[in-house]
Design a protein around this ligand. Structure first.
Ligand SMILES: Cc1ncc(C[n+]2csc(CCOP(=O)(O)OP(=O)(O)O)c2C)c(N)n1
Length: 625
């Protein structure tokens, strides 16, 4: 690798570069990010916007002694490139290659493995307190986006940090975007700060004034400080960060290295909570991403010359089926409301939002609030449908139990990206939802085998007067061949899709099609399988289970989730309660470990969940008996 980037193998190499070279470095890093992302996909727009921040922070700090924590971590590509990973950057998001998020197992410069929003300030504060108690000497910096800063978790951390007066630096990377348009009062507040720099000018000037008065005594200093506070409140009443105990600096241009370095040099010596407000451009330096940062937030492969995504063929996604059905149902039923936590596009709710703006709620990155809020809507008489990715719904575990199940409210949870999501890796796989929902009283849990079944389940769930969760995976919702997807959903009943005398396979949702494929392979090896589409994870179809456990010696359950506490476990629990179960139940699913990144197909193969692998696994089990 030539150019300036060729000289940078570790963060300390940056410190030797001139101001001009730093600018060239930023351009070269951008080129590399665009090239690799266009091949591998990834989080392009946020990463492009944070290039100068990464350079300036590494220029002024000494990582890993000083800790830089990237919130979410989707903007950390430049940080990765600067911290000894430029040669491996071409393996981004590949199985065995670099992770698309900070990963503590990958580098000492990635302090935490992250991927969920708004954890950085709490983590930074914990590290800083640990440092202080042990008498160590370093800086801890959290870099957080404007939308992530508006979450409860971030506010809890600010509240705690400001009160403790702990030495941490929060760098607010304000690009005035979330994945989609930012929402909420706090976003408006930040916007006011950007557009009204008067406060900061006045503060700087009064501070200089105070400092430059010869022979300034303590009492006079305090009086003038008080005057400054009063002035501040007059000009911008209640400047939130200062009121919370953080010294506020900014806004500065976060894409101007010289500006950021100058201000960092000034504020890094402070031993108190400081918030530096930087303004950056999402997608900076790549025309198409600057013009459409929503599309380029997270992308698959694309042509860098045109910005066009590689042609997408194939069936409609589960998400698209959900979105279309929601709009159709809401047309007839005026009580249906839709809630998303900052992901209207990702969850397929764009057309609902357009058609029914009064009944559409984008509540920001606030999954816990989203769930409790849905409880309120339901109590008030509406039929709220909360669409959240499985992994992010983990945030709302308590709210689901306390504010929905315990209240017995008919909230419908549409749990998208349930299962292995692929390249985003362990922070994003949705593999725990069966286990957590299953343990909650009152809830009905369903999983569709294809898009049409998802639509029927959604309709059915809105007819019921209880909390319901429907889980479905990322990607295509190919209609299951030969299956009658129009067979009405009967409460608590499964459907038999294939008959066979040797073994039984009971499959959940996304695994039904794979199980049918496995049955074909097994049949070629003279093993005939009964294949059941469970449809309901909870309640169990006990009549079907009685029949299967009474008629087969070998039963397999298959689910795209962790085995521990999953659907298979509930079948085993049921079997253990029967007086005489001769059948041996094998649970196929994900092991008790965090699953790495890789394509969904590669991961399914690795965990024996493609049709071929499943059939091989089943044959090994049968022979091993
Ligand atoms: C708990 C959680 N919910 C949702 C997401 C999905 N998500 C990833 S980035 C993002 C937007 C973050 O916006 P901001 O903090 O402003 O950073 P930017 O992308 O603009 O740099 C969202 C909603 C997530 N990572 N974590």
């Amino acid at each position: 690798m030539s150019g300036v980037l060729g000289k940078v193998n570790a963060p300390e190499d940056i410190k030797r570069l001139s101001a001009e070279e730093l600018k060239v470095l930023a351009a070269e890093i951008r080129e590399l990010i665009i090239r690799v992302t266009s091949e591998k996909g990834g989080h392009l727009a946020a990463s492009l916007g944070a290039v100068e921040l990464a350079i300036a922070l590494h220029y002024c700090l000494s990582s890993p002694k000083d800790k830089i924590i990237w919130d979410v971590g989707h903007q950390s590509y430049a940080h990765k490139i600067l911290t000894g990973r430029k040669a491996r950057f071409a393996t981004l998001r590949e199985m065995g290659g670099l992770s698309g998020f900070p990963n503590a197992g990958e580098s000492v410069h990635d302090i935490f493995t992250s991927g969920h929003s708004a954890t950085s300030i709490s983590s930074a504060l914990g590290l800083a307190c640990s440092r202080d108690i042990q008498g160590e000497n370093n800086k801890v910096v959290a870099v957080i986006g404007d939308s992530s800063l508006a979450t409860g978790l971030a506010f809890e951390a600010l509240n705690n940090g400001g009160h403790r007066k702990t030495d941490i630096l929060v760098v607010l990377n304000d690009n005035e975007h979330s994945i989609s348009k930012p929402v909420g009062a706090f976003s408006r507040y930040l916007n006011n700060l950007i557009t009204n720099p008067l406060y900061n000018r006045v503060r700087e000037e009064t501070e200089n004034l105070i400092k430059n008065i010869p022979g300034m005594g303590q009492t006079a200093y305090k009086t003038l400080k008080k005057f400054q506070e009063g002035l501040k409140n007059l000009i911008l009443p209640g400047i939130i960060f200062e009121e919370m105990g953080f010294r506020y600096f900014g806004p500065v241009d976060g894409n101007d290295i010289e500006q950021i370095v100058a201000i960092l040099r000034k504020i890094l010596p402070f031993r108190e909570p400081v918030l530096l407000h930087t303004v950056t451009k999402k997608g900076r330096g790549y025309k198409f991403a600057e013009e459409d940062p929503i599309k380029f937030h997270g992308v698959g492969a694309f042509d860098p010359a045109t910005g066009k995504a590689a042609e997408e063929k194939g069936a409609k996604s589960f998400t698209a089926h959900f979105g279309a059905k929601m709009t159709a149902l809401a047309d007839k039923n005026k009580k249906i409301a839709a809630i998303t936590a900052a992901m209207p596009q990702g969850t397929g709710l764009e057309s609902f939002a357009e058609k029914f703006p009064d009944r559409f709620f984008d509540v920001g990155i606030t999954e816990s609030h989203a769930v409790t809020f849905a409880g309120g809507l339901a109590k008030g008489g509406l039929r709220p449908v909360v669409a959240i990715y499985s992994t992010f719904l983990q945030r709302a575990y308590d709210q689901i139990i306390h504010d929905v199940m315990l209240q017995d409210l008919p909230v419908v949870f549409c749990v998208d990206r349930a299962g292995l999501v692929g390249e985003d890796g362990p922070t994003h796989h949705g593999i725990f939802d069966i286990a957590y929902f299953r343990s909650m009283p009152r809830v009905v849990v369903m999983a569709p085998k294809d898009g049409l079944e998802l639509e029927m389940m959604l309709e059915k769930s809105l007819e019921m007067k209880v909390p319901v969760a429907i889980r479905y995976p990322r990607g295509e919702a190919k209609q299951v061949v030969g299956a009658s997807s129009t067979m009405p959903i009967e409460f608590g009943r499964s459907e038999k899709l294939r008959r066979g005398k040797d073994i039984a396979i009971i499959a959940v949702g996304s695994m039904v099609n794979k199980a049918l494929g496995a049955a074909d392979v097994l049949s070629k090896n003279s093993i005939e399988s009964l294949v059941v589409n469970a449809r309901f994870i909870k309640p169990l179809d006990t009549a079907m289970l009685e029949e299967v456990l009474g008629s087969y010696h070998t039963v397999f359950t298959v689910e795209e989730g962790v085995v521990a506490g999953g659907f298979g476990s509930s079948v085993l629990e049921f079997a253990s309660r029967r007086p005489r179960t001769g059948a041996k139940v094998h649970c196929i699913g994900l092991p008790d470990e965090f699953i790495e990144h890789g394509s969904r197909e590669e991961l399914l193969r690795k965990y024996h969940m493609t049709s071929d692998e499943m059939a091989g696994n089943i044959m090994r089990e049968i022979r091993g008996q």
